[in-house]
Design a protein around this ligand. Structure first.
Ligand code: NAD
Length: 494
């Protein structure tokens, strides 16, 4: 990573951005715009269209028309594959621009963003481009005078609503499989992270995706997001974000056309460390990175550290040391390890959780405060809170910030009980040298993903999805394709 190239990108002014509807850049129907503030310094970056319900209707109509005339779904698989592959190449060719644009908008440290954003998005699009002519339909085991075929047909129009923490990565998790299957998509980015996704969509057009197949509408969730959720012409809604919004989407579906809704929600993921972990120093460093990178704004963040009581004090000291060694600051500095909190509102919410933890009797052993105020940006010191009881607010509620909750446990059963004591079930980890214990914990902890002797690693070949109130359905891997197809049976008498 070259700092001078990053600086050159950051110096570029950003023109006001419009929606992308039917292949054209369109302002909001009433001309309204929304100011984009950079979390790096709190200064205005540019404006985006503050969309209306009418804009969303136009985008859905464009997606529907594109689907019905088969301009994309009707192309041979090899042609669709070529377009998606070209798109992945363009994402890679413009990776630095995309990453810096995204960081100026959402505050993720560039060292992480380059890999996790354009890097991951290109990989995801390529994965589904390659998959689309390798996944077959099925022939059912019928009697000899019948041919039973199971077709996997595109659903039609997909609505995708994504959050601000990793817009390109999460956006691509939806766009890759949806487009590979021939659907049209209307994408609604988060208010505080729309810029890089708008650019991503331009690159799709440049790669040859026909106009109208991918539309992007920006603006407030409660306005354009709601209009997408309530649309009578959206077949499947895919979402990553908070549980509160997820509940609303289910309600919108119930009040409109009963569209299928897939939710990827939050978590309160337990990172469980036993005294017999193979390398406690390594475990401490990974535990710190597993909660503090991207300022804790990671859905699978290991936000609850459960430590066997025999090693509790020493391990806490090691995690505090690792946390205090992490460099918080300008996310566009290549040496920064923890960037900015996405918005001032989010920062205040994080600090509120710390206050609540203190009032409930826990202890802040490092951090706990806003820092770098002089920059005008939104920064928070990595924060570790010990003595958190399993039923305390900090153990139960997702912060989505750089705040680690620490709880001691005594036995394996104790660890399992505490790990499973929230409404969530997204991720988790166990650190142990005991193979049987590792497998028992993997089975016993209710999550979508369990790590063993690591935290947070994954690639596109494995699914990511939650159980309980962390959501339903999975992103990534071939399993994600199922969300974007309808099964159709052909029963043929021979
Ligand atoms: P959010 O729910 O506030 O917003 C997410 C998206 O929903 C945004 O685009 C927003 O504009 C839109 N939205 C808001 N209100 C809406 C409404 N009434 N109707 C329709 N759309 C609406 O969440 P956030 O604060 O942006 O994201 C943080 C949350 O996302 C955290 O809870 C985090 O854990 C979760 N998350 C989950 C995963 C996962 O894979 N499970 C990944 C990343 C983030």
């Amino acid at each position: 990573m070259d700092q001078s190239q990053i600086n050159a990108q950051r110096a570029q002014p950003i023109a006001p951005r419009h929606h992308l509807i039917d292949g054209k850049h369109m302002p909001a129907s009433d001309g309204a715009t929304m100011e984009v503030l950079s979390p790096i310094d709190g200064q205005g970056l540019t404006t985006i269209a503050n969309g209306t319900a009418r804009d969303m209707e136009a985008a859905v109509a464009s997606a529907r028309a594109a689907f019905e005339d088969r301009r994309w779904a009707g192309q041979p698989p090899a042609a669709r594959k070529a377009v998606l592959r070209r798109w992945a190449e363009l994402i890679e060719a413009n990776a630095l621009e995309l990453a810096v644009l995204g960081v100026r908008d959402n505050g993720t440290e560039i060292s992480m963003a380059l890999k996790a954003e354009p890097g991951s998005a290109a990989g995801t699009i390529r994965y589904y481009a390659e998959a689309l002519d390798k996944v077959y339909g099925e022939i059912s085991p019928t009697p000899g005078d019948i041919l039973g075929l199971i077709h996997k047909e595109p659903v039609g129009v997909v609505g995708a609503i994504v959050p601000w923490n990793f817009p390109l990565m999460i956006g691509a998790w939806k766009l890759g499989p949806a487009l590979a299957k021939g659907n049209s998509v209307v994408l609604k980015p988060a208010e505080t992270a729309s810029l890089s996704l708008l650019r991503l969509a331009d690159l799709a057009l440049e790669a040859g995706l026909p106009p109208g197949v991918l539309n992007v509408v920006t603006g407030e969730g409660a306005v354009v997001g709601e209009a997408l959720g309530l649309s009578m012409d959206v077949d499947v809604l895919v979402f990553t974000g908070s549980g509160g919004t997820g509940r609303r989407l289910l309600d919108y579906a119930a009040r409109s056309n009963l569209k299928r809704v897939y939710l990827e929600l939050g978590g309160k993921s337990p990172n469980i460390v036993f005294a017999d972990a193979p390398d406690l120093d390594e475990a401490a460093k990974v535990a710190a990175a597993g909660i503090f990178r991207n300022a804790g704004q990671v859905c699978v963040a290991g936000s609850r550290l459960l430590i066997e009581d025999a090693i509790h004090d020493d391990f806490v000291a090691a995690v505090v040391k690792a946390a205090e060694a992490m460099r918080v600051g300008d996310p566009l500095d290549v040496t920064t390890q923890i960037g900015a909190v996405n918005s001032e509102a989010q920062l205040h919410q994080n600090l509120g959780f710390v206050e609540t933890a203190l009032s409930e009797g826990a202890e802040v052993v490092t951090g706990g405060a806003r820092i770098l105020d002089e920059t005008g940006g939104y920064y928070m010191a990595p924060t570790i809170v010990t003595g958190v009881t399993p039923d305390a607010t900090l153990a139960q509620k997702e912060v989505f910030g750089p705040v680690l909750s620490v709880t001691a446990f005594t036995t394996d059963d104790d660890a399992i009980r505490i790990a499973n004591s929230t409404v969530y079930g997204l991720a988790g980890a166990v650190w142990t040298s005991n193979l049987s214990r590792a497998h028992r914990m993997v089975r016993a902890v209710r999550t979508g993903v369990m790590h063993v002797n690591t935290y947070g690693g994954a690639d596109g070949t494995v699914p990511l999805g939650g159980v309980g109130q962390s959501g339903n359905g999975s992103d990534k891997s071939l399993h994600a394709l199922d969300k974007y197809v309808n099964l159709k049976t052909a029963w043929i008498k021979l």
